[in-house]
Design a binder for this molecule. Structure first.
Ligand code: UDP
Length: 235
């Protein structure tokens, strides 16, 4: 197996599935089944899930919300998604622990690195919710931070595209996919893998990112087995 401990980043937006808002239970259960599959392989798993299917601070600010309050609403949205994922995993018999970056017991335990590592070593899937706990950040930054803290071997970024392309493949049919690419090239080619804050954290702390399409069932396991289905971003 390629990795022992992973940080899996799931986008909130993907959780909408075919809907245009909220949580599509079919997609949620697909994710849960994929996670269970790799959990059974003995992989230690930490998960960060976005909140864009419910609320985004920036969008809120555009509609007149105070930015900080909007971001706090976005962080609450990630907690809702985390609870949904925890529930779906629980229904499949997978033990989970929801940790929160903002105190909100009994919804989840307040995050510390050691609590997380101890839980993962005891076989719990840890779901890190509320991002970094601070406004002006994203869940991509939250997952970079948690991935680095928990000493993950890699951040697996599950998206709806199957890797990093020379241009947006949904807009440019001539776009070519990279099998691997360095962080420096991400900057020089101005590619959007994650926001720059999140990308720079990974670069400076040597956490590689593997971008792959999580919406195809079975792909998470393929990545763990070392199949070349996405793009590896590294130093
Ligand atoms: N957010 C924040 N701080 C964080 C993480 C998230 O303020 O550390 C807020 C921010 O408003 C963001 C929202 O939560 O728009 C949802 O997260 P994100 O947009 O990253 O979710 P995704 O786009 O992956 O669905």
């Amino acid at each position: 197996m390629k990795y022992k401990r992973i940080l899996l980043k799931l986008s909130g937006e993907s959780l909408m599935g075919k809907q245009n808002y909220g949580i599509d239970t079919e997609r949620l259960n697909d994710y849960a089944r994929q996670i269970k599959e790799v959990h059974e392989m003995g992989i230690q798993i930490g998960i960060v899930i976005g909140g864009g299917n419910i609320f985004r601070g920036l969008t809120g600010a555009g509609k007149g919300f105070d930015r900080v309050k909007g971001d706090q609403m976005g962080m609450c949205a990630t907690v809702i998604n985390s609870l949904a994922l925890s529930s779906a995993l629980g229904a499949l018999g997978v033990k989970t622990k929801v940790l929160t970056a903002i105190r909100m017991e009994p919804i989840g335990e307040f995050y510390t690195k050691w609590k997380a590592i101890e839980a993962m070593e005891a076989g719990y899937v840890c779901i890190f919710s509320a991002g970094t706990g601070s406004p002006y950040f994203t869940t991509d930054t939250g997952s970079s931070l948690r991935g680095i803290e928990i000493e993950a071997d890699v951040m697996l970024k599950g998206t709806r595209v199957d890797g990093v392309y020379t241009a947006d493949p949904e807009k440019d049919p001539t776009a070519k996919k990279f099998s691997e690419i360095t962080f420096d090239e991400i900057y020089t080619r101005n590619l959007k893998v994650m926001d720059l804050t999140a990308t720079t954290m990974c670069k400076e702390n040597g956490l590689p990112i593997y971008v792959f399409n999580m919406d195809i069932v079975g792909n998470l396991k393929r990545v763990i087995n070392g199949e070349d289905i996405g793009t590896l971003v590294h130093n």
